[in-house]
Design a protein around this ligand. Sequence first.
Ligand SMILES: Nc1ncnc2c1ncn2[C@@H]1O[C@H](COP(=O)(O)OP(=O)(O)OP(=O)(O)O)[C@@H](O)[C@H]1O
Ligand SMILES: [Mg+2]
Length: 574
Amino acid sequence: MDKKDKWHGVKFLWPYLKKYKFRGFIIAFSMAMVAASSALNAYMMKPILNNIFIKKDEQMLTLLPLLVILLFVARGVFRFLSSYLATAIGVEITNRLRSELFEKAINAEFEQIQSKTTGDINAHAIQTLLKLRNIIAKTIPRYIISFATIIALIGLILYLNWKLSLIAIAFASVLVFPIKYFGKRVKGHVLNAEKTVSKLSDSINETFTHIDLVKVYNNAEYEKKRFDNFLDKYTKYQLKLSKYQEATSPVMELFVSLAIASVVYFGGYMVIKEGMTVGDFFAFVSALMMLYAPIKIVTKNSLVLNILDSYIKRIETILNWKQESKALEKLEGEIESIEFKNVCLKIGNKEILKNINFKIEKKETLALVGKTGAGKSSVLALIFGFRKPSSGTVLINGKDITKLNIDSVRDKISYVNQAAGAFNASIKENIIYGLPYDKKRYENAIKKSECEFIEHLPGKDEYIVGENGKKLSGGQRQRLALARAIYKDGSLFVLDEATSALDANTEEMIQESIKDIMKSKTTIVIAHRLSTIQNADTVLVLSGGEIIEAGSYKEVSKTAAFKENFGLKGDIED
Ligand SMILES: Nc1ncnc2c1ncn2[C@@H]1O[C@H](COP(=O)(O)OP(=O)(O)OP(=O)(O)O)[C@@H](O)[C@H]1O
Ligand SMILES: [Mg+2]
């Protein structure tokens, strides 16, 4: 990573940290106190030896042990204060970031959202932020305390005997090299281990999302092998990691013993020949020994800024997603007309829609038919503002949709999606989906969508439908989706294969409601069944992203393209 980026993570966090001025001050003060009390602890050796053991001062004999206790208690209290407050800040900041991440992700442009997998978004919102919390709450405070302690202890030894200090510092600085060397090795393996962990979690996700496929294809063994493969790699990286981590200690100890031996030699010489007091000497040695731990922490974590930065960058990929604009002109009133003028849609290099032209007026019905992959759902994506035309214009009430506040358009749309999606909530919550509850409207929605099955569910409309509605049948889910659309009562109804999972009987019953909707609302239907489209004012036959036939049902149903699409031979009755 280049130098100028080194503080990127800190700069990013700064606006969040700034809010914690008071707590930050207490943390900084506590940290300074921890460092100072460590140095004082070492310094205590001087009066203890000189006054109690050499001068045999009885007053000091009662005073000094008390002072030692006091120092340790104080250090404990300040350590607790700083780490508790730092953890609190870490937790609060990362949860705020989580909430922002969710908000940015949900309000991002559709194409941005599609560029990542759900797993990616999930991993950033949960795991990356968990790691970030540990860095803010643990690693950085520990780093700062260690740094402050090093300064305090070095200050102490310089104060006690600067000549001896220079000798010790010379040895200590040599120490840095092995730590750096092992640190680099460790970092590489940490990264590898992390990557394997995310593969492991992908593997679990995928296997259990498609558990029905795994089982019917009898691939439990196969999936287990794939999982174990990642696991083997993970084991390998973890072992290497631990090897380098553990090898650091013996090497360090050798260097430390050299430093201490030299200080014993030169210090002893100074005590014998130059009149250094025994107390000074032992205080010096204590401080030196106490330096070992914080130096280890500081050098080991010398990459903490880089690691912080890499986590921040990961969450920034989502935080910087392009947001849907909310500032544009609002669409007032109902949706009256929808017009496509020479609309083309490209995704990447692929032409999905070519030169689409049509217009529907208020309360008219447009039916889109065509083989799978023809581009029917893509026409809807343009009306919902999920995608923008690569050329041409989509007009709502005569206004270019890209110039309209898209929320104000969506507010007026009732939509049954192709997958008949459901949320893991109660039937009732699924139907009113965020709107205020209105008894009459609610009962009407249930009646019109033939949702009588609700009466037979345990708990009726309090029944929780499971993840993606998996505790309902496909047809029940579709009726639930229709009930949601009817409850919303938009001025535009969009039904993408709304009845595909229903048996002929149920479909026929629902058909009445759909006919009602078509009469009173502007409607766009996509259907593979004739019954749904017979009442359409305009039928478009799509093939390969192009309109190949267009007109009233009467006209279009006579064309070869239409017949082929519906697998019909001969004439169709009107
Ligand atoms: N996100 C995407 N990226 C790339 N290509 C896409 C994407 N979404 C759809 N397509 C392609 O666009 C074409 C039209 O897809 P669309 O979903 O509109 O078809 P459809 O007519 O609704 O089909 P079906 O009846 O199966 O629902 C397909 O060839 C599809 O592969
Ligand atoms: Mg589709």
